[in-house]
Write a protein that binds this ligand. Structure first.
Ligand code: ATP
Ligand code: MG
Length: 463
C-alpha cells in the first residue's frame, strides 16, 4: 500500500466515524425537537381556540394556522367539522372513534390516531366559551407534515455532513500529498543511487526531516562517489603498473641491443676511409639522430619503470620553507633569463612536515619546469605555503595560459602531454611522490595555472 493511502485511509475512516457519531444523535435530537415544537404550537393554538367566541370561524380568520385541522366536539359526542378544515372522511372517522371511546374527549397529552387511512397527531381541550355551542375542540395535525419537516432537516444535516466530509477529505489528501510527495521523490532518487547512478544530487527540500534525510543521502552519495573514483583510480593504477613493468622489461633489452649496434655502426661509418677523408657525413648524422631517438625511448622506458615501481621515500620531519627556498634559488637565474619574475610567500612558523628532501625537490622541479615551459615569453611565478589543518598547503602558481578545461581531468594520467617533446610523465611522477608522503596534489582552477600540494602534519603521519 502506498504511503499516501496509508495516511489517507485511516484518516478517512476516522473522519467518517466521527461524523457518524456526531451526525446520528444530532439527527435524532433535531427530529424529536421538530415533533415536540409542532405539538407545542398545537397546544398553544388549541388553548386559544378553546377560549374563542367563534371557534369554527377561527381558521377562516387566522391564516398562519392553516397546517392544522380543527374539529369541534359538540355534545353528545358529535364532531362538527370546522368549515373547510377537517375533510368529511376523517371527520366521520373521528366521530366513529369518539363514539367507540368517549374518553378521547378528555384533555391530555398529544395522541396519534389513524383516521381514514392517515395518521394524525391529535390534541383535545374542552371549550369554555359560555355559549355552549361546542363542548370542546380537537386539533389535528397530519403526521406527514411533521415527517416532511423532519426529512428536510435530515437532508440539511446530511448535506452539511457530506460537505464537512468532502472538505476534511480534501484537506487530508492535501496533507498526505504534502508529506508523501517529497518522500516519494526521495525514494525514487535513492533507488537510482542504489542502482549505481551517483550523478545527481537529491534536492534538499520539503519538511525539515525529509530535507535532513536528503542531506544525509547526499553526503552518503558524495562518500560513495569518492570511494568509487578512488577504487577506479586504484584499479587503473594497478593495471598501469603491471603493464608498465612488463613493457619496460620487454623493451629495455632489445633497446640496449639496438643502441649497441647503432653505436658500432656509427663507429665503423665514422672511421677514416682507406682512400682518406670522411665518407659518410650524412650517414653519421642519420645515426646520431637515431641515437637521440634511442635516448628518448630509454627515457620513456626509464619513466615507465619508475611509475611501475612506487617510489621509495624516506621521510623525516623537515621545515618546508628552507627546502623550497633552496630549490628556487637554483632555478632563479634560469627563470630570470627567460623573463620570469619569481615571488614567494613562505611565512615563518609553518608546522614541520615529514619529507624525503631529494624526492620532494624532484616534485618542485617538475612543477617549476612546467611553469617555465608554459611561459616561454616570460611571466610571473609565485610559490606560497600556509598552515592547513595540522599540516600545510604549498601552491605553485604561474601567469601562463593555464590548463584547458577539457585537459584538467587528464593532467595526472601517465603520458598525457600537450608538448611536442613532452613525455607526459612529470605530473604522474609528482603525484606518486606526494602520495607516498601521505599527501595529495591537485590542479586549482583560476587565472593561469596553480598546482596545490597538501601535506599532512608530523603528528598525523606518525600516528
Ligand atoms: N603550469 C602549467 N601550465 C599549463 N599547462 C600545464 C602546466 N603544467 C602542466 N601542464 C599541462 O600538463 C601536461 C602534462 O604535464 P607533465 O609534466 O605530466 O608532462 P609534460 O610536461 O608534457 O612532459 P614531461 O614533464 O614529461 O616533459 C603538459 O603537457 C601541459 O599540457
Ligand atoms: Mg612536465
Amino acid at each position: 500500500m502506498s504511503l499516501r493511502s496509508r495516511i489517507v485511509l485511516p484518516y478517512a475512516v476516522l473522519l467518517t466515524l466521527s461524523i457518524a457519531m456526531v451526525g446520528i444523535p444530532a439527527v435524532r435530537t433535531v427530529t424529536a425537537r421538530i415533533e415536540a415544537d409542532r405539538i407545542d404550537d398545537m397546544s398553544r393554538l388549541l388553548h386559544l381556540l378553546a377560549r374563542s367566541e367563534e371557534t369554527r370561524s377561527f381558521f377562516r380568520t387566522h391564516n398562519w394556522s392553516r397546517d392544522f385541522r380543527l374539529a369541534v366536539h359538540a355534545a353528545p359526542d358529535r364532531i362538527l367539522p370546522a368549515q373547510g378544515n377537517l375533510e368529511a372522511e376523517p371527520s366521520a372517522a373521528l366521530d366513529a372513534l369518539l363514539r367507540a371511546d368517549p374518553a378521547l374527549a378528555t384533555a391530555g397529552a398529544a395522541r396519534r390516531v389513524a383516521l381514514a387511512g392517515r395518521t394524525y397527531v391529535m390534541l383535545y381541550e374542552p371549550c369554555h366559551d359560555g355559549t355552549r355551542r361546542a363542548d370542546g375542540v380537537f386539533l389535528l395535525l397530519d403526521h406527514v407534515e411533521i415527517e416532511s419537516a423532519q426529512a428536510s432537516a435530515r437532508t440539511q444535516i446530511g448535506l452539511l455532513a457530506c460537505a464537512a466530509l468532502a472538505g476534511a477529505g480534501l484537506l487530508g489528501i492535501l496533507v498526505a500529498s504534502g508529506i508523501a510527495r517529497p518522500l516519494e521523490s526521495l525514494s525514487r532518487r535513492t533507488a537510482r543511487i542504489a542502482e549505481g547512478d551517483l550523478s545527481q544530487a537529491i534536492p534538499e527540500e520539503g519538511p525539515t526531516e525529509v530535507a535532513r534525510l536528503a542531506g544525509a543521502f547526499n553526503r552518503m552519495r558524495e562518500g560513495l562517489r569518492e570511494v568509487q573514483s578512488r577504487l577506479v583510480a586504484h584499479a587503473k593504477a594497478d593495471l598501469f603498473e603491471r603493464v608498465a613493468a612488463n613493457v619496460a622489461h620487454e623493451i629495455r633489452n632489445p633497446l640496449s641491443t639496438l643502441r649497441m649496434n647503432v653505436q658500432l655502426l656509427r663507429a665503423r661509418v665514422a672511421a677514416p676511409a682507406p682512400s682518406g677523408g670522411t665518407l659518410a657525413t650524412a650517414d653519421i648524422e642519420r645515426l646520431d639522430r637515431l641515437l637521440l631517438e634511442l635516448d628518448r625511448l630509454e627515457l620513456i622506458v626509464g619513466g615507465l619503470s619508475t611509475l611501475a615501481t612506487p617510489p621509495r621515500v624516506d621521510p623525516r620531519p623537515v621545515p618546508l620553507a628552507p627546502l623550497v627556498t633552496e630549490t628556487l634559488g637554483l632555478w632563479e637565474p634560469q627563470m630570470r633569463h627567460v623573463g620570469i619574475e619569481l615571488s614567494t610567500d613562505l611565512p615563518e612558523g609553518l608546522p614541520p612536515v615529514r619529507l624525503d628532501p631529494p624526492r620532494f625537490k624532484q616534485v618542485l622541479i617538475n612543477l617549476l619546469l612546467n611553469a617555465q615551459q608554459a611561459m616561454p615569453a616570460g611571466g610571473r611565478l609565485h610559490v606560497q605555503a600556509r598552515a592547513w589543518a595540522d599540516g600545510l598547503v604549498l601552491e605553485v602558481s604561474d601567469s601562463g595560459p593555464g590548463v584547458a578545461p577539457a585537459d584538467r581531468g587528464r593532467l595526472f594520467e601517465p603520458f598525457f602531454t600537450t608538448k611536442p617533446k613532452g613525455s607526459g610523465l612529470g605530473l604522474p611522477l609528482c603525484r606518486q611522490v606526494v602520495e607516498a608522503h601521505g599527501g595529495r596534489i591537485e590542479y586549482v582552477e583560476g587565472a593561469g595555472a596553480t598546482f596545490r600540494i597538501v601535506l599532512p602534519g608530523v603528528s598525523s603521519t606518525e600516528g
